[in-house]
Design a binder for this molecule. Structure first.
Ligand code: HEC
Length: 168
């Protein structure tokens, strides 16, 4: 808790590169009890995206298609059951873990948590080891750049447009 508070403060002070280098969101211990809300893919490096692909998605693919040796990966998004309704409306979110995205073919766990209305991010392996310093695209700064940079798509820190049954 104290770690979170100090990191939240460093964010508010806009010193992300100094003190916010590590994962801030907690590792989710209970992914198995969360609800799968979206299945998607990061195509491999050699895949040429259709020209009409929105810029936002092109950027995302470009940033993460190194995963799984550039071969692409399945991406599953899970949300705690009690946050489902809020996830549909992009929040506003109460404190706690909000959503988890897993790059299945390399077991990379992306976490979004909220505290006092602010999104916090983290990247872990399946064992809960913080891997945010192992690749530039896993750095917490990168999460904010994209999730806050595309304000018309990402609201309150979450970006996905859920397309599966549960949201119809
Ligand atoms: C270049 C853009 C980009 C960057 C950088 C990025 N994301 Fe995302 N993120 C997305 C997009 C796009 C989606 C929605 C994916 C989908 O709908 O299939 C998403 C979805 C997610 C989700 C699922 C919940 C949701 O709807 O937002 C989590 C969790 C997440 N990102 C965490 C992170 C973390 C942690 C980082 C930093 C390591 C990060 N993201 C960096 C673009 C980005």
């Amino acid at each position: 808790m104290r770690k979170k508070l100090s990191l939240l403060i460093c964010l508010l002070l806009l010193f992300p590169s100094l003190t916010c280098a590590e994962s801030i969101a907690s590792f989710p211990e209970n992914i198995d009890s969360m609800i799968l809300v979206k299945q998607s893919v990061i195509p491999g490096k050699d895949v040429v995206l259709p020209e009409e692909t929105p810029l936002f998605l092109q950027e995302t693919v470009k940033k993460y298609n190194w995963i799984n040796n550039g071969k692409g990966t399945k991406l599953n998004i899970f949300v705690p059951e009690d946050k489902l309704e809020l996830y549909k409306s992009h929040g506003p979110y109460p404190d706690g873990i909000t959503a988890v995205a897993i790059y299945e073919d390399q077991d990379i766990v992306f976490v979004t948590e909220h505290m006092a209305g602010q999104p916090l991010y983290g990247t872990y392996n399946r064992d809960g080891v913080d891997i945010s310093d192992t690749h530039p695209s896993l750095k917490i700064k990168a999460c904010y750049q994209c999730h806050e940079g595309y304000a018309d798509i990402c609201k309150n820190g979450t970006c996905a447009t859920p397309i599966i049954e549960i949201f119809k």
